[in-house]
Design a protein around this ligand. Structure first.
Ligand SMILES: [Zn+2]
Length: 258
């Protein structure tokens, strides 16, 4: 007997298949900043003189912002429509949301006492502004209604319920930069920035680590005042954990904010 074929067969029995290496796809890891705090700049009542400067400042500093617009303001002039279009054109940085058609015509109590008429006012604004989101802000009233929580006064509650049934998210604010009788900013940029730090520190926001700032376009119509807006944003940007977001990225929005 030839021994060679025997050894060959024996060898075949013990030959192990080379191990198959599993192919693991390389997924780049997104490094989440566990200390991130989100700042939502919101500008109300435009288009107005001042809107242009808000757009310019946010564009130059590359920060996201939300414009709550009044449909009556948008429809009254070509200039207003051009400001409206400038906001829409920059989808990366800006979002435009519904702040009613009439802004109550200055008669807040009457407006909120007639919730059906008030709802029609918001629906009319929706038809004119054609926002790509379902966010609204009430005129002159800090009310909230998202999946994350409700906070409303008795005056506006009937309207908020109707807006909720109609599929809207009602967005309030955590901090307001106030304006005086001439429509100019009251507090300094440094004060507003320090308030942002304080509210985050003591968890005094509607949703933890998310802070909405209310401002009005008209406050920044002069170069001196728009420089204050740039200063405030610049101060916040010094904190590496602060990230600017549009309100469509706010947590807990019904239907994802759309
Ligand atoms: Zn307003």
């Amino acid at each position: 007997m030839h021994i060679a074929p025997f050894l060959y067969l024996l060898a075949q029995l013990f030959v192990l298949e080379p191990p198959k290496t599993a192919i693991v796809p390389i997924v780049p890891k997104v490094v989440e900043d566990s200390l991130a705090k989100y700042v939502y700049l919101s500008f109300d009542d435009g288009p107005l003189p001042g809107t242009s400067n808000c757009i310019d400042v946010c564009t130059e500093l590359n920060v996201e912002a939300t414009f709550f617009e009044i449909a009556m303001h948008q429809s009254r002039s070509k200039y207003a429509k051009s400001l409206y279009n400038r906001i829409l054109e920059n989808e990366t940085l800006f979002t435009l949301s519904n702040h009613s058609y009439s802004h109550t015509y200055g008669k807040y109590k009457e407006f909120y006492h007639r919730p059906d008429t008030a709802l029609v006012d918001f629906l009319l604004a929706k038809n004119i502004l054609k926002p790509t989101n379902n966010l609204v802000r009430l005129p002159g009233n800090n009310a909230w209604n998202t999946l994350n929580g409700k906070r409303t006064s008795a005056l506006v509650r009937p309207l908020v319920k109707k807006l909720d049934s109609a599929g809207f998210n009602v967005m309030g604010w955590d901090l307001e930069w106030h304006f005086d009788k001439r429509g100019k900013p009251v507090q300094s940029a440094a004060y507003v920035a320090s308030m942002v730090d304080t509210l985050f520190k003591y968890n005094q926001t509607m949703v933890k680590n998310h802070l909405v700032i209310l401002m009005h376009d008209q406050m920044y119509r002069t170069s001196t005042d728009s420089a204050k807006l740039a200063e405030m944003i610049g101060l916040l940007k010094q904190n590496p954990h602060y990230q600017f977001r549009k309100l469509t990225a706010y947590p807990g929005l019904k239907n994802g904010g759309r």
